[in-house]
Design a protein around this ligand. Structure first.
Ligand SMILES: NC(=O)c1ccc[n+]([C@@H]2O[C@H](COP(=O)([O-])OP(=O)(O)OC[C@H]3O[C@@H](n4cnc5c(N)ncnc54)[C@H](OP(=O)(O)O)[C@@H]3O)[C@@H](O)[C@H]2O)c1
Length: 476
Protein backbone atom coordinates (compact mmCIF):
# COMPACT_ATOMS: atom_id res chain seq x y z
CA UNK A 1 0.00 0.00 0.00
CA UNK A 2 1.37 3.43 -0.91
CA UNK A 3 1.88 6.15 1.71
CA UNK A 4 -0.89 8.19 0.13
CA UNK A 5 -3.42 5.49 0.59
CA UNK A 6 -2.19 4.74 4.14
CA UNK A 7 -3.36 8.17 5.35
CA UNK A 8 -6.46 8.15 3.18
CA UNK A 9 -7.34 4.66 4.38
CA UNK A 10 -6.85 5.73 8.00
CA UNK A 11 -9.19 8.70 7.43
CA UNK A 12 -11.79 6.46 5.79
CA UNK A 13 -11.53 3.99 8.68
CA UNK A 14 -12.27 6.80 11.16
CA UNK A 15 -8.81 6.63 12.78
CA UNK A 16 -8.11 8.74 15.86
CA UNK A 17 -5.55 11.57 16.12
CA UNK A 18 -2.57 9.37 16.98
CA UNK A 19 -3.08 6.98 14.09
CA UNK A 20 -3.61 9.85 11.68
CA UNK A 21 -0.43 11.54 12.85
CA UNK A 22 1.47 8.25 12.54
CA UNK A 23 0.64 8.00 8.82
CA UNK A 24 2.99 10.13 6.72
CA UNK A 25 1.50 12.92 4.63
CA UNK A 26 1.59 11.87 0.99
CA UNK A 27 3.96 13.81 -1.30
CA UNK A 28 1.30 14.07 -4.01
CA UNK A 29 -2.47 13.86 -4.16
CA UNK A 30 -5.27 13.64 -6.70
CA UNK A 31 -6.95 16.98 -7.51
CA UNK A 32 -8.85 19.02 -10.08
CA UNK A 33 -6.87 22.05 -11.23
CA UNK A 34 -6.41 24.77 -13.84
CA UNK A 35 -3.15 25.22 -15.76
CA UNK A 36 -1.40 28.51 -16.39
CA UNK A 37 -0.59 27.40 -19.93
CA UNK A 38 -4.37 27.27 -20.69
CA UNK A 39 -4.96 30.95 -19.84
CA UNK A 40 -5.51 31.91 -23.48
CA UNK A 41 -7.58 28.94 -24.71
CA UNK A 42 -10.89 30.83 -24.78
CA UNK A 43 -9.67 33.90 -26.67
CA UNK A 44 -12.38 34.99 -29.12
CA UNK A 45 -14.72 32.13 -28.17
CA UNK A 46 -18.34 32.59 -27.16
CA UNK A 47 -18.84 29.36 -25.25
CA UNK A 48 -16.04 29.21 -22.71
CA UNK A 49 -16.71 25.58 -21.87
CA UNK A 50 -15.13 24.92 -18.48
CA UNK A 51 -14.66 21.24 -19.36
CA UNK A 52 -11.77 22.37 -21.56
CA UNK A 53 -9.84 24.05 -18.76
CA UNK A 54 -10.52 21.88 -15.68
CA UNK A 55 -7.96 19.06 -15.50
CA UNK A 56 -7.61 16.08 -13.19
CA UNK A 57 -4.34 14.58 -11.98
CA UNK A 58 -1.76 14.52 -9.22
CA UNK A 59 -0.34 17.65 -7.64
CA UNK A 60 2.40 18.05 -5.03
CA UNK A 61 1.44 18.40 -1.36
CA UNK A 62 2.29 21.99 -0.37
CA UNK A 63 4.22 22.87 2.77
CA UNK A 64 2.04 23.65 5.80
CA UNK A 65 2.20 27.16 7.32
CA UNK A 66 2.06 27.52 11.13
CA UNK A 67 -1.51 28.89 11.12
CA UNK A 68 -2.88 26.29 8.69
CA UNK A 69 -4.28 22.76 8.73
CA UNK A 70 -4.24 19.97 6.16
CA UNK A 71 -7.75 18.64 5.62
CA UNK A 72 -8.42 15.23 4.07
CA UNK A 73 -11.33 16.30 1.89
CA UNK A 74 -14.23 13.84 1.96
CA UNK A 75 -16.53 15.95 -0.23
CA UNK A 76 -16.63 19.36 -1.88
CA UNK A 77 -19.16 21.43 -3.80
CA UNK A 78 -19.19 23.54 -6.93
CA UNK A 79 -19.63 27.29 -6.65
CA UNK A 80 -20.13 29.78 -9.42
CA UNK A 81 -16.67 31.19 -8.63
CA UNK A 82 -15.12 28.03 -10.11
CA UNK A 83 -16.98 28.85 -13.34
CA UNK A 84 -15.27 32.27 -13.31
CA UNK A 85 -11.88 30.71 -12.50
CA UNK A 86 -12.20 28.09 -15.22
CA UNK A 87 -13.16 30.72 -17.85
CA UNK A 88 -10.20 32.88 -16.70
CA UNK A 89 -12.70 35.72 -16.30
CA UNK A 90 -13.05 38.57 -15.51
CA UNK A 91 -9.28 38.25 -15.03
CA UNK A 92 -7.06 35.21 -15.12
CA UNK A 93 -7.04 33.34 -11.87
CA UNK A 94 -3.24 33.17 -12.16
CA UNK A 95 -3.17 36.95 -11.75
CA UNK A 96 -4.76 36.51 -8.34
CA UNK A 97 -2.10 33.96 -7.40
CA UNK A 98 0.72 36.23 -8.58
CA UNK A 99 -0.74 39.12 -6.50
CA UNK A 100 -0.94 36.90 -3.42
CA UNK A 101 2.62 35.67 -3.93
CA UNK A 102 3.94 39.24 -4.05
CA UNK A 103 3.11 39.52 -0.35
CA UNK A 104 5.99 37.14 0.25
CA UNK A 105 6.51 34.68 3.09
CA UNK A 106 4.14 31.70 3.12
CA UNK A 107 1.92 33.42 0.52
CA UNK A 108 4.59 32.89 -2.14
CA UNK A 109 3.60 29.17 -2.23
CA UNK A 110 0.35 29.97 -4.02
CA UNK A 111 1.83 31.11 -7.33
CA UNK A 112 2.37 27.88 -9.26
CA UNK A 113 1.77 26.69 -12.81
CA UNK A 114 -1.49 25.12 -11.58
CA UNK A 115 -4.30 26.08 -9.24
CA UNK A 116 -6.38 23.57 -7.29
CA UNK A 117 -9.75 25.33 -7.28
CA UNK A 118 -12.92 24.88 -5.22
CA UNK A 119 -14.24 26.86 -2.25
CA UNK A 120 -16.45 24.49 -0.26
CA UNK A 121 -15.24 21.32 1.44
CA UNK A 122 -15.91 19.00 4.35
CA UNK A 123 -13.40 16.53 5.75
CA UNK A 124 -11.06 15.49 8.52
CA UNK A 125 -8.12 17.48 9.89
CA UNK A 126 -4.97 15.37 9.46
CA UNK A 127 -2.25 17.90 10.36
CA UNK A 128 -2.19 21.19 12.21
CA UNK A 129 0.48 23.89 11.98
CA UNK A 130 2.52 24.83 15.05
CA UNK A 131 0.40 27.95 15.80
CA UNK A 132 -3.02 26.28 15.55
CA UNK A 133 -4.78 26.29 18.92
CA UNK A 134 -8.43 25.34 18.49
CA UNK A 135 -8.31 22.30 16.16
CA UNK A 136 -6.55 18.95 16.18
CA UNK A 137 -6.01 15.91 13.97
CA UNK A 138 -9.20 13.86 13.69
CA UNK A 139 -11.60 16.84 13.94
CA UNK A 140 -14.45 16.67 11.43
CA UNK A 141 -14.74 20.06 9.83
CA UNK A 142 -16.24 22.18 7.11
CA UNK A 143 -14.04 24.82 5.45
CA UNK A 144 -15.40 28.36 5.14
CA UNK A 145 -13.97 30.22 2.16
CA UNK A 146 -12.80 33.59 3.54
CA UNK A 147 -9.05 33.54 4.11
CA UNK A 148 -8.47 36.38 6.55
CA UNK A 149 -5.26 37.81 7.92
CA UNK A 150 -6.24 38.02 11.57
CA UNK A 151 -3.19 40.15 12.36
CA UNK A 152 -4.69 43.05 10.40
CA UNK A 153 -6.36 45.52 12.75
CA UNK A 154 -9.53 45.73 10.65
CA UNK A 155 -9.98 41.96 10.93
CA UNK A 156 -10.80 42.49 14.61
CA UNK A 157 -13.71 44.70 13.51
CA UNK A 158 -14.87 42.64 10.51
CA UNK A 159 -12.69 40.10 8.71
CA UNK A 160 -14.36 40.86 5.38
CA UNK A 161 -13.15 44.47 5.59
CA UNK A 162 -9.54 43.43 6.12
CA UNK A 163 -7.62 44.41 2.99
CA UNK A 164 -5.77 41.10 2.65
CA UNK A 165 -8.91 38.96 2.71
CA UNK A 166 -8.97 36.29 -0.04
CA UNK A 167 -11.51 33.75 -1.31
CA UNK A 168 -10.18 30.22 -0.78
CA UNK A 169 -9.74 28.10 -3.91
CA UNK A 170 -10.58 31.14 -6.03
CA UNK A 171 -7.93 33.72 -5.15
CA UNK A 172 -5.71 31.13 -3.44
CA UNK A 173 -4.28 27.74 -4.37
CA UNK A 174 -4.71 24.29 -2.70
CA UNK A 175 -8.54 24.52 -2.63
CA UNK A 176 -11.39 22.07 -2.22
CA UNK A 177 -11.33 19.84 -5.31
CA UNK A 178 -8.76 17.27 -4.23
CA UNK A 179 -8.10 14.50 -1.76
CA UNK A 180 -6.33 17.04 0.46
CA UNK A 181 -6.53 20.80 0.93
CA UNK A 182 -4.80 23.50 2.94
CA UNK A 183 -6.89 25.92 4.97
CA UNK A 184 -6.26 28.48 7.69
CA UNK A 185 -7.40 27.46 11.17
CA UNK A 186 -9.71 30.51 11.08
CA UNK A 187 -11.60 28.96 8.15
CA UNK A 188 -12.82 25.90 10.04
CA UNK A 189 -16.29 25.29 11.42
CA UNK A 190 -17.63 22.06 12.93
CA UNK A 191 -19.21 19.54 10.60
CA UNK A 192 -22.93 19.25 11.48
CA UNK A 193 -23.10 15.67 12.83
CA UNK A 194 -26.46 14.75 11.26
CA UNK A 195 -25.29 15.45 7.71
CA UNK A 196 -23.46 13.24 5.23
CA UNK A 197 -20.10 14.45 3.96
CA UNK A 198 -21.58 15.72 0.72
CA UNK A 199 -24.47 17.43 2.50
CA UNK A 200 -22.05 19.09 4.92
CA UNK A 201 -19.71 20.24 2.15
CA UNK A 202 -22.22 22.14 0.02
CA UNK A 203 -23.44 24.93 2.31
CA UNK A 204 -20.82 27.19 3.73
CA UNK A 205 -20.01 29.58 0.90
CA UNK A 206 -23.59 30.27 -0.18
CA UNK A 207 -25.24 30.01 3.23
CA UNK A 208 -22.63 32.26 4.85
CA UNK A 209 -22.92 34.82 2.04
CA UNK A 210 -26.73 34.84 2.23
CA UNK A 211 -26.53 35.09 6.05
CA UNK A 212 -24.34 38.20 5.90
CA UNK A 213 -26.52 39.75 3.17
CA UNK A 214 -29.77 39.28 5.05
CA UNK A 215 -29.22 38.64 8.76
CA UNK A 216 -25.72 39.69 9.89
CA UNK A 217 -24.82 43.16 11.18
CA UNK A 218 -23.31 44.26 7.87
CA UNK A 219 -26.13 43.47 5.44
CA UNK A 220 -29.80 44.34 5.01
CA UNK A 221 -30.65 43.12 8.55
CA UNK A 222 -34.14 41.89 7.77
CA UNK A 223 -36.75 41.68 10.50
CA UNK A 224 -40.00 39.84 11.11
CA UNK A 225 -42.58 40.57 8.42
CA UNK A 226 -40.14 41.95 5.84
CA UNK A 227 -40.95 41.10 2.23
CA UNK A 228 -37.78 39.90 0.48
CA UNK A 229 -37.56 39.35 -3.26
CA UNK A 230 -35.05 36.56 -3.95
CA UNK A 231 -33.71 36.15 -7.49
CA UNK A 232 -32.59 32.66 -8.48
CA UNK A 233 -34.53 31.33 -5.49
CA UNK A 234 -33.66 27.67 -6.12
CA UNK A 235 -30.02 28.42 -7.05
CA UNK A 236 -27.04 28.10 -4.73
CA UNK A 237 -27.49 31.40 -2.90
CA UNK A 238 -31.23 31.69 -3.36
CA UNK A 239 -32.08 28.34 -1.75
CA UNK A 240 -30.42 29.50 1.48
CA UNK A 241 -31.76 33.06 1.23
CA UNK A 242 -35.34 31.73 1.08
CA UNK A 243 -34.77 29.54 4.16
CA UNK A 244 -33.18 32.41 6.12
CA UNK A 245 -36.05 34.77 5.30
CA UNK A 246 -38.53 32.10 6.40
CA UNK A 247 -36.68 31.41 9.66
CA UNK A 248 -36.37 35.16 10.40
CA UNK A 249 -40.14 35.53 10.11
CA UNK A 250 -39.96 37.36 6.78
CA UNK A 251 -41.96 36.80 3.62
CA UNK A 252 -39.87 35.47 0.74
CA UNK A 253 -40.97 36.08 -2.83
CA UNK A 254 -38.91 33.72 -4.96
CA UNK A 255 -38.09 34.23 -8.63
CA UNK A 256 -37.27 31.13 -10.70
CA UNK A 257 -36.77 30.28 -14.36
CA UNK A 258 -39.07 27.29 -14.92
CA UNK A 259 -42.35 25.73 -13.72
CA UNK A 260 -40.37 22.76 -12.32
CA UNK A 261 -38.25 25.07 -10.18
CA UNK A 262 -41.44 26.88 -9.12
CA UNK A 263 -42.75 23.55 -7.83
CA UNK A 264 -39.51 22.88 -5.95
CA UNK A 265 -39.66 26.32 -4.35
CA UNK A 266 -43.22 25.73 -3.21
CA UNK A 267 -42.10 22.47 -1.64
CA UNK A 268 -39.42 24.42 0.19
CA UNK A 269 -42.32 26.31 1.76
CA UNK A 270 -42.10 29.53 -0.27
CA UNK A 271 -45.70 30.59 -0.89
CA UNK A 272 -44.98 33.44 -3.30
CA UNK A 273 -43.30 32.29 -6.48
CA UNK A 274 -42.71 34.13 -9.75
CA UNK A 275 -41.62 32.43 -12.96
CA UNK A 276 -39.40 35.09 -14.52
CA UNK A 277 -39.94 33.77 -18.03
CA UNK A 278 -43.62 34.73 -17.85
CA UNK A 279 -42.53 38.34 -17.29
CA UNK A 280 -39.95 38.49 -20.06
CA UNK A 281 -36.93 38.03 -17.80
CA UNK A 282 -35.52 35.31 -19.97
CA UNK A 283 -31.85 34.92 -20.70
CA UNK A 284 -31.85 37.66 -23.36
CA UNK A 285 -29.83 40.74 -22.45
CA UNK A 286 -31.82 43.44 -20.72
CA UNK A 287 -29.94 46.22 -22.44
CA UNK A 288 -27.57 46.25 -25.41
CA UNK A 289 -24.08 45.22 -24.39
CA UNK A 290 -22.61 48.63 -25.05
CA UNK A 291 -21.66 51.48 -22.80
CA UNK A 292 -24.21 53.81 -24.42
CA UNK A 293 -27.57 52.02 -24.74
CA UNK A 294 -30.45 53.65 -26.62
CA UNK A 295 -33.42 55.19 -24.89
CA UNK A 296 -35.77 52.63 -26.53
CA UNK A 297 -34.18 49.71 -24.77
CA UNK A 298 -34.71 51.62 -21.52
CA UNK A 299 -38.47 51.82 -22.16
CA UNK A 300 -38.60 48.03 -22.76
CA UNK A 301 -36.86 47.49 -19.49
CA UNK A 302 -39.24 49.70 -17.54
CA UNK A 303 -42.20 47.66 -18.81
CA UNK A 304 -40.61 44.50 -17.51
CA UNK A 305 -39.77 46.18 -14.24
CA UNK A 306 -43.39 47.29 -13.84
CA UNK A 307 -44.64 43.78 -14.65
CA UNK A 308 -42.38 42.39 -11.92
CA UNK A 309 -43.57 45.02 -9.44
CA UNK A 310 -47.19 44.19 -10.28
CA UNK A 311 -46.55 40.44 -9.89
CA UNK A 312 -45.09 41.01 -6.43
CA UNK A 313 -47.99 43.26 -5.33
CA UNK A 314 -50.49 40.73 -6.70
CA UNK A 315 -48.95 38.02 -4.53
CA UNK A 316 -48.12 39.83 -1.27
CA UNK A 317 -49.99 43.12 -1.58
CA UNK A 318 -46.90 45.28 -1.06
CA UNK A 319 -43.42 46.05 -2.35
CA UNK A 320 -40.26 44.32 -1.12
CA UNK A 321 -38.36 45.76 1.82
CA UNK A 322 -35.26 44.03 0.49
CA UNK A 323 -34.19 42.62 -2.88
CA UNK A 324 -31.61 39.81 -2.78
CA UNK A 325 -29.40 40.39 -5.86
CA UNK A 326 -26.62 38.44 -7.52
CA UNK A 327 -27.83 38.11 -11.14
CA UNK A 328 -26.48 41.56 -12.04
CA UNK A 329 -26.89 43.20 -15.41
CA UNK A 330 -30.10 41.39 -16.40
CA UNK A 331 -32.01 42.16 -13.22
CA UNK A 332 -30.35 44.96 -11.28
CA UNK A 333 -32.45 47.76 -12.82
CA UNK A 334 -35.61 45.84 -11.94
CA UNK A 335 -34.35 45.25 -8.41
CA UNK A 336 -33.77 48.96 -7.79
CA UNK A 337 -37.20 49.71 -9.29
CA UNK A 338 -39.27 47.22 -7.27
CA UNK A 339 -37.69 47.80 -3.84
CA UNK A 340 -40.09 49.79 -1.67
CA UNK A 341 -39.55 53.40 -0.60
CA UNK A 342 -36.68 53.29 1.92
CA UNK A 343 -35.95 49.68 0.95
CA UNK A 344 -32.64 48.10 0.03
CA UNK A 345 -31.05 46.07 -2.74
CA UNK A 346 -28.34 43.85 -1.30
CA UNK A 347 -25.95 42.47 -3.89
CA UNK A 348 -22.99 40.09 -3.91
CA UNK A 349 -22.52 39.27 -7.56
CA UNK A 350 -23.20 39.79 -11.23
CA UNK A 351 -23.50 36.46 -13.07
CA UNK A 352 -24.97 38.10 -16.20
CA UNK A 353 -22.54 41.02 -16.34
CA UNK A 354 -21.14 43.50 -13.86
CA UNK A 355 -21.74 46.79 -15.73
CA UNK A 356 -25.28 47.38 -14.44
CA UNK A 357 -27.81 49.95 -15.55
CA UNK A 358 -30.55 51.32 -13.38
CA UNK A 359 -32.63 54.45 -13.28
CA UNK A 360 -31.19 56.49 -10.45
CA UNK A 361 -34.42 58.51 -9.98
CA UNK A 362 -36.04 55.44 -8.42
CA UNK A 363 -33.14 55.15 -6.02
CA UNK A 364 -32.73 58.69 -4.76
CA UNK A 365 -36.33 59.94 -4.92
CA UNK A 366 -37.51 56.91 -2.97
CA UNK A 367 -34.57 56.90 -0.57
CA UNK A 368 -33.49 53.35 -1.37
CA UNK A 369 -30.07 51.88 -0.61
CA UNK A 370 -27.73 49.55 -2.45
CA UNK A 371 -25.65 47.39 -0.11
CA UNK A 372 -22.57 45.62 -1.44
CA UNK A 373 -21.79 42.38 0.34
CA UNK A 374 -19.13 39.71 0.01
CA UNK A 375 -18.72 36.34 1.73
CA UNK A 376 -19.07 36.16 5.49
CA UNK A 377 -16.63 36.84 8.30
CA UNK A 378 -15.59 33.99 10.59
CA UNK A 379 -18.22 34.72 13.24
CA UNK A 380 -20.95 34.96 10.58
CA UNK A 381 -19.81 31.63 9.12
CA UNK A 382 -20.03 30.05 12.58
CA UNK A 383 -23.49 31.56 13.18
CA UNK A 384 -24.73 30.34 9.79
CA UNK A 385 -23.27 26.88 10.44
CA UNK A 386 -25.09 26.78 13.79
CA UNK A 387 -28.40 27.07 11.94
CA UNK A 388 -27.45 23.91 10.03
CA UNK A 389 -26.35 22.19 13.25
CA UNK A 390 -29.75 22.99 14.78
CA UNK A 391 -31.54 21.65 11.71
CA UNK A 392 -33.13 25.07 11.11
CA UNK A 393 -31.60 25.28 7.63
CA UNK A 394 -31.16 22.29 5.34
CA UNK A 395 -28.57 21.69 2.61
CA UNK A 396 -29.65 22.48 -0.94
CA UNK A 397 -27.70 19.56 -2.42
CA UNK A 398 -29.27 18.37 -5.67
CA UNK A 399 -26.66 16.21 -7.42
CA UNK A 400 -23.38 14.55 -6.52
CA UNK A 401 -20.50 13.67 -8.86
CA UNK A 402 -17.24 11.80 -8.29
CA UNK A 403 -14.08 13.92 -8.40
CA UNK A 404 -13.34 12.56 -11.89
CA UNK A 405 -16.48 14.38 -13.10
CA UNK A 406 -15.76 17.75 -11.53
CA UNK A 407 -15.59 19.42 -14.95
CA UNK A 408 -19.06 18.07 -15.88
CA UNK A 409 -20.37 19.18 -12.49
CA UNK A 410 -19.01 22.71 -13.03
CA UNK A 411 -20.37 22.77 -16.58
CA UNK A 412 -23.89 22.10 -15.26
CA UNK A 413 -23.57 25.19 -13.04
CA UNK A 414 -22.14 27.22 -15.92
CA UNK A 415 -25.21 26.35 -18.04
CA UNK A 416 -27.71 26.82 -15.18
CA UNK A 417 -28.80 23.19 -15.60
CA UNK A 418 -28.70 22.59 -11.87
CA UNK A 419 -30.76 23.48 -8.84
CA UNK A 420 -29.30 24.37 -5.44
CA UNK A 421 -25.83 22.95 -4.99
CA UNK A 422 -23.82 20.38 -6.94
CA UNK A 423 -21.62 18.17 -4.78
CA UNK A 424 -18.36 16.37 -5.52
CA UNK A 425 -17.09 13.26 -3.72
CA UNK A 426 -13.36 13.53 -3.05
CA UNK A 427 -12.06 10.86 -0.64
CA UNK A 428 -15.53 9.60 0.29
CA UNK A 429 -16.01 6.44 -1.81
CA UNK A 430 -19.78 6.83 -1.98
CA UNK A 431 -22.65 9.03 -0.89
CA UNK A 432 -24.37 8.75 2.48
CA UNK A 433 -21.30 8.46 4.72
CA UNK A 434 -20.41 10.62 7.70
CA UNK A 435 -23.71 10.74 9.62
CA UNK A 436 -23.09 10.66 13.38
CA UNK A 437 -26.30 12.04 14.89
CA UNK A 438 -29.10 9.88 13.52
CA UNK A 439 -31.62 11.21 16.02
CA UNK A 440 -31.26 14.79 14.89
CA UNK A 441 -31.39 13.62 11.29
CA UNK A 442 -34.68 11.90 12.01
CA UNK A 443 -36.03 15.05 13.68
CA UNK A 444 -35.10 17.23 10.71
CA UNK A 445 -36.59 14.60 8.41
CA UNK A 446 -35.25 12.89 5.28
CA UNK A 447 -37.96 14.57 3.19
CA UNK A 448 -36.62 18.05 4.01
CA UNK A 449 -32.99 16.96 3.77
CA UNK A 450 -33.58 15.34 0.39
CA UNK A 451 -35.80 18.01 -1.15
CA UNK A 452 -33.31 19.13 -3.78
CA UNK A 453 -32.06 15.55 -4.39
CA UNK A 454 -35.59 14.35 -5.05
CA UNK A 455 -36.17 17.26 -7.42
CA UNK A 456 -33.00 16.39 -9.36
CA UNK A 457 -33.94 12.68 -9.47
CA UNK A 458 -37.42 13.53 -10.78
CA UNK A 459 -35.94 15.88 -13.41
CA UNK A 460 -33.58 13.12 -14.58
CA UNK A 461 -36.45 10.64 -14.83
CA UNK A 462 -38.61 13.19 -16.70
CA UNK A 463 -35.78 13.91 -19.12
CA UNK A 464 -35.07 10.20 -19.71
CA UNK A 465 -38.75 9.55 -20.41
CA UNK A 466 -39.02 12.46 -22.83
CA UNK A 467 -35.78 11.39 -24.61
CA UNK A 468 -37.16 7.83 -24.94
CA UNK A 469 -40.50 9.13 -26.24
CA UNK A 470 -38.66 11.30 -28.78
CA UNK A 471 -36.57 8.31 -29.93
CA UNK A 472 -39.71 6.20 -30.35
CA UNK A 473 -41.33 8.95 -32.41
CA UNK A 474 -38.29 9.21 -34.68
CA UNK A 475 -38.07 5.45 -35.21
CA UNK A 476 -41.85 5.04 -35.78
N1 LIG B 1 -19.55 37.73 -3.36
C1 LIG B 1 -19.83 36.58 -2.79
O1 LIG B 1 -19.46 36.34 -1.67
C2 LIG B 1 -20.61 35.56 -3.53
C3 LIG B 1 -20.96 34.36 -2.91
C4 LIG B 1 -21.74 33.42 -3.60
C5 LIG B 1 -22.09 33.68 -4.92
N2 LIG B 1 -21.71 34.85 -5.50
C6 LIG B 1 -22.08 35.15 -6.89
O2 LIG B 1 -23.50 35.14 -6.97
C7 LIG B 1 -23.91 34.62 -8.22
C8 LIG B 1 -24.91 33.48 -8.01
O3 LIG B 1 -24.29 32.43 -7.30
P1 LIG B 1 -25.08 31.08 -7.05
O4 LIG B 1 -24.17 30.18 -6.32
O5 LIG B 1 -26.40 31.35 -6.47
O6 LIG B 1 -25.24 30.58 -8.55
P2 LIG B 1 -26.29 29.55 -9.15
O7 LIG B 1 -26.39 28.34 -8.30
O8 LIG B 1 -25.91 29.41 -10.58
O9 LIG B 1 -27.71 30.29 -9.04
C9 LIG B 1 -27.95 31.48 -9.75
C10 LIG B 1 -29.42 31.56 -10.11
O10 LIG B 1 -29.62 32.75 -10.88
C11 LIG B 1 -30.73 32.55 -11.72
N3 LIG B 1 -30.49 33.18 -13.03
C12 LIG B 1 -29.61 32.78 -13.98
N4 LIG B 1 -29.71 33.60 -15.06
C13 LIG B 1 -30.66 34.52 -14.76
C14 LIG B 1 -31.22 35.61 -15.49
N5 LIG B 1 -30.82 35.91 -16.70
N6 LIG B 1 -32.19 36.33 -14.88
C15 LIG B 1 -32.62 36.01 -13.61
N7 LIG B 1 -32.13 34.98 -12.90
C16 LIG B 1 -31.16 34.24 -13.47
C17 LIG B 1 -30.91 31.05 -11.91
O11 LIG B 1 -32.21 30.70 -11.46
P3 LIG B 1 -33.47 30.57 -12.45
O12 LIG B 1 -32.98 30.16 -13.78
O13 LIG B 1 -34.34 29.57 -11.77
O14 LIG B 1 -34.10 31.95 -12.43
C18 LIG B 1 -29.88 30.42 -10.98
O15 LIG B 1 -30.46 29.41 -10.19
C19 LIG B 1 -22.64 34.21 -8.96
O16 LIG B 1 -22.25 35.26 -9.83
C20 LIG B 1 -21.62 34.05 -7.86
O17 LIG B 1 -20.28 34.26 -8.30
C21 LIG B 1 -20.99 35.78 -4.83
Amino acid sequence: MSETSALSEAVLAGAGPEQLLACPLPDRYQAAYLRREDEGIFAGQRDKDVRRSLCLGEVPMPELAPDEVVVAVMAAAVNYNTVWSAMFEPVSTFRFLADVARRGGWDARHDRGYQVVGSDAAGVVVRVGAAVRHWKAGDKVVVAPPVIDEQEAMAQEDGMLAGRMLAWGFETNFGAFGHYALAKATQLVRKPPHLTWEEAACNTLCLGTAYRMLIGAHGARIKMGDVVLVWGATGGLGAYAVQLVQRAGGIPVGVVGSPQKAELLERLGCRHVINRQELGFDDAPEAPRSSNPSADSGADCVERWRALGAAIRERVGEDPHVVFEHVGRETFGASVFVARRGGAVVTCGSSTGYAHQYDNRYLWMKLKRVIGSHGANYQESVEANRLLELGLVVPALSRVHPLAEVAEATRSVQLNRHAGKVGVLCLAPREGLGIEDHRLREQVGEARLRLFRDYADTSTTRKRRSDEAEKELVSA
